[in-house]
Design a protein. Structure first.
Lengths: 243, 220, 243, 220
């Protein structure tokens, strides 16, 4: 049964310590939806400082400046990992800003041939991550059938409609941005900041959550838990309240 | 006098398609504008692949909350009865055919309803986002776009030359010049902007149009 | 936008009216987990009284007396539909009581050859229903590989492990037992009464929810909604408070 | 003197396998009993396919809540830090290999670790419940059962003759007479009930047993 001693086991006191063991070549799930809401910025910054290289980064974007942010609001995205040349492969649905004239560290790295890109439809990406966490090896979806993104993939008709076989994604580490954690690792989110975080939390060997506050077990209504603690290995509280 | 529809008129025309009780997903740009013109007496619920159902209008920077955005990254207002959920759940709704209408922008639509709206050829890198999921999943796809490109090239084409988003998925196209339905028999011109004849429209359209018996000027 | 007028549209004032249009031959998703918690008993009773025949019933059980109930507690399960000879096919994971000597209407109908049975592993059943609601035509799962329940099914190796191809399930109608609904159809549940209900709610053309209470839109925290209103077509309140 | 283990001793022996931090799923019967014997200082979280994680002990009829049951339909106690979720999510946890240990009953276990526990041959109808999902998904499977049938037939067999639940999935078997590990080389006798020799155990076992170098009487 849960005891108070268990509290200390998941709660880490620094972002640096929480990411310290990430090795070169690790497969990472990080991003939220692209904006500051749902973005595990402190964990990303810690990974930049930690310096692991040859990473694969799975996320909705590859760092979009200003997306979903207040005017002039600064926030750290996975862009800093491209800037620091830590990434060798990206799987994303919306990798670059809409305007081709907006240069980003990812776009620069991609143009220089330093990073490999796999573009996946956003819903397929979310479902592949969910499948990875749920022990589903692969699934048939109608999304992308007949398009360039289905090239080289197996297809098959179901109910007279062409479907594409898509494979599960898993990761070594997932960085999660949640609102509240209890000491058992149960998480809640805020609004659309939920996005890719709950699925990513299920699909990594080690899931690390960056949260606004950590409360004792029992403080989160069992009905309101979005990510059950079984999926969360490490929790770190962001400095300051709220954000 | 020939009078193309402006963005707001196009949005207004799109909104007339929404039926009472519909759950609607709006793309960025003119599609988002359509939320300002819901016909009186119809209850429409908005869905966004950012993970929210039943949200309200777009908010400005001051009122906005970074934890409540639409798929374009704009801040939106909460409404009573709203719910939030994960991306996996948001796309389960889309792929599972629970969205009545998606309104999307496009580069090209073919006469059999193929849609190209995610990637410009030659750009090398494309943002697909949720476009393919919406094309495959929404029960009805309305495209809203300029009738021709800036260079005057038709966007309503026999076959798309741009990378496809989805096959045979578009149901209705609203442009600045016309309202065109995609039917099993091909494209049918149903409404024209004021002052345009069917021949005017066909002249700016590569796709072959049939003309509806009751073709008329667009009504709002 | 939501208006007060919308309230009246989903809320039905009688169970009989809510099930009136179910035709002979309909595919139904009903059950909860087997016990009274999560069982839409009033809707089941209304369907019995309505009399539609040749139904397919998809559920975890096919009516288990006493399961998950207080000693002597009476509750209506899908058993009444078998008793009334309304069912021609069942898909379930736990169709009969553990003891072969406990006779149930389903067991009797099955022994008499009146009802066809497909047994599915519980997790596969839940996932097939979820897939039906999520537009996934089929998926590969390791569950049941190499067993009798995989006979006649396609198999394939992923990562050196045998997987079975399982197809989505959808229904014409789902009966849902929830705790609270708002007038938009958003639902919350209580404890383990959630079980199959949220997945079933997504997978039917018409989902009908039986709830303890109906509150105005805005009374349920958007973060705590389990079944968003998009999935719920009709809501009926149970007589009396609580149960 | 030969002293078979009783149900509580078997449950106690099973519980010794739980490691600190494990999430454990317990089948009905002796497996459920194991929750009473968690070793001091180890934190174990219980999962049930009824849709709950972090619940407490079994409650009697009076205290029970019909909205908080385990997979066997028993009422269980809430605990701080508990969470509830749907069946689809409960089995995502199982299939996705997030459950450290599942403790299951069985009719037969084969020497390569095949499990038969869901259907008696000839009964015509079987309740599979979550058995196959647990067999395929839990990271470690411990079987707890009587060493032989009521008729004295071995349950540890060369090949299962009963319908299979899962292939090569069992890691450890705890019976009233012995503790036997399933290794890549086959079954290994590790512990015996008091007074039983390795030869005694093999005599009641159809599967071929190797005897661990440090085979010993079961310790609790």
């Amino acid at each position: 049964m849960a005891t108070d001693r268990s509290a200390a086991r998941k709660v880490f006191d620094s972002f640096a310590r929480a990411v310290a063991d990430i090795p070169d070549g690790a497969v990472m799930m990080i991003d939220g939806f692209g904006g500051p809401g749902g973005m595990p910025s402190f964990l990303i910054a810690a990974l930049r400082d930690q310096g692991a290289r040859n990473l694969t980064v799975i996320g909705n974007t590859a760092g979009l400046p200003g997306f979903g942010a207040k005017a002039g609001q600064e926030f750290i995205t996975t862009a800093v990992l491209y800037e620091n040349r830590q990434v060798r492969k990206t799987i994303a649905s919306f990798p670059v800003p809409r305007s081709p004239s907006v240069m980003t560290p990812f776009r620069k790295a991609w143009q220089a041939g330093e990073v490999e890109l796999e573009v996946a439809p956003q819903g397929t990406l979310a479902e592949r991550i969910r499948a990875g966490g749920a022990g589903i090896a692969a699934f048939y979806t109608p999304t992308s059938a007949g398009t360039d993104l289905a090239q080289g993939k197996e297809t098959r008709e179901f109910g007279g409609r062409l479907h594409v076989l898509e494979h599960a994604l898993t990761a070594d580490y997932a960085f999660i941005r949640a609102h509240r954690a209890d000491t058992m690792g149960n998480l809640t989110y805020r609004g659309t900041s939920r996005n890719f975080n709950p699925a990513m939390a299920t699909a990594a060997r080690v899931t690390i959550a960056e949260v606004d506050e950590i409360v004792p077990a029992g403080e989160i209504d069992p009905e309101a838990v979005v990510t059950p603690g079984i999926y969360v290995r490490r929790i770190v509280q962001r400095p300051g309240a709220g954000q | 006098m020939k009078q193309p529809m402006d963005r707001d008129v196009m949005a207004m025309r799109v909104a007339r398609e929404f039926q009472d009780g519909d759950v609607v997903n709006l793309g960025i740009g003119i599609p988002t504008l359509a939320s300002n013109y819901i016909p009186e007496g119809r209850r429409v619920t908005f869905h966004s692949e950012s993970g929210v159902l039943g949200y309200g209008g777009v908010l400005d920077d001051g009122e906005g909350d970074i934890d409540l955005i639409n798929a374009g990254g704009q801040f939106v207002a909460p409404l009573p009865g709203m719910s939030v959920f994960s991306s996996a759940d948001a796309f389960a709704m889309i792929r599972g055919r629970h969205i009545a209408v998606a309104v999307l922008g496009a580069f090209q639509v073919s006469e059999r309803g193929d849609l190209a709206n995610w990637m410009l050829p030659g750009r090398g890198i494309g943002n697909v986002g949720g476009a393919m999921d919406l094309a495959a999943g929404a029960r009805r796809i309305i495209v809203v776009m300029e009738h021709v490109t800036k260079d005057g090239q038709p966007r309503l084409v026999r076959r798309c030359t741009y990378p496809l988003t989805g096959l045979r998925c578009v149901d209705l196209v609203v442009t600045d010049l016309a309202v065109i339905a995609v039917t099993p028999q091909g494209m049918e011109l149903r409404e024209t902007a004021p002052g345009y004849s069917a021949a005017d429209i066909q002249a700016m359209t590569e796709a072959r149009l049939t003309v509806a018996k009751d073709v008329r000027e667009v009504e709002l």
